[in-house]
Design a protein. Structure first.
Length: 178
């Protein structure tokens, strides 16, 4: 079962550039469908791992990486598609936070303090908020409803705040042990 669960995660990694290409070439409906499948795979790999007690060290490493690859590629694709400085700027802050948290995880691994940056519920909320935001953008594009794009911009700001807050929590957890 563990191999199947990790396979689901790897499929999410492989889907990211495919979804990006569909976005860039304006095939919004296929892009939306594949993104929704990728987003659901994020839920199901974790659910199956917990249900069947098949959590693995590889899965713990791959799952957040798969999320980052999917989310970052979508923010870049959306920024290019819309020629949006807002999406590009906020996307770059989100990427910086992801790099920062990865650096904290590396630091904590070297100091035998991995619990400080273990995945927390706020991290799951962050990912869910980002996936929801991107979904709103894609639905707006697929249905050609620009009002949804404005709503997605609002959720993008909310996603940024949740992302920064979760990064803050990981940072505090890391440095309060020093």
């Amino acid at each position: 079962m563990t191999k199947f669960i990790n396979f689901i995660t790897i499929i999410r990694i492989l889907l990211a550039p495919v979804i990006f290409l569909f976005l860039i070439f304006n095939n919004y409906i296929l892009c939306l469908i594949l993104f929704l499948l990728a987003g659901l795979s994020d839920f199901f790999d974790g659910y199956l791992a917990r249900k069947y007690n098949s959590e693995s060290e590889l899965g713990e490493i791959l799952d957040p990486i798969a999320d980052k690859i999917l989310i970052v590629s979508m923010f870049f694709g959306l920024a290019v598609n819309f020629s949006s400085y807002l999406i590009g700027f906020i996307g770059s802050i989100i990427v910086a936070r992801e790099i920062w948290v990865s650096a904290l995880r590396d630091y904590n691994a070297r100091n035998n303090s991995t619990s400080a940056t273990k995945v927390m519920f706020i991290g799951k909320i962050k990912t869910a908020t980002q996936i929801f935001t991107i979904t709103i953008y894609l639905v707006g594009l697929a249905l050609n409803k620009m009002l949804l794009i404005v709503i997605a911009d609002i959720f993008l700001i909310i996603s940024l705040l949740v992302t920064l807050y979760s990064g803050y929590i990981y940072t505090v957890n890391t440095f309060k042990k020093i």
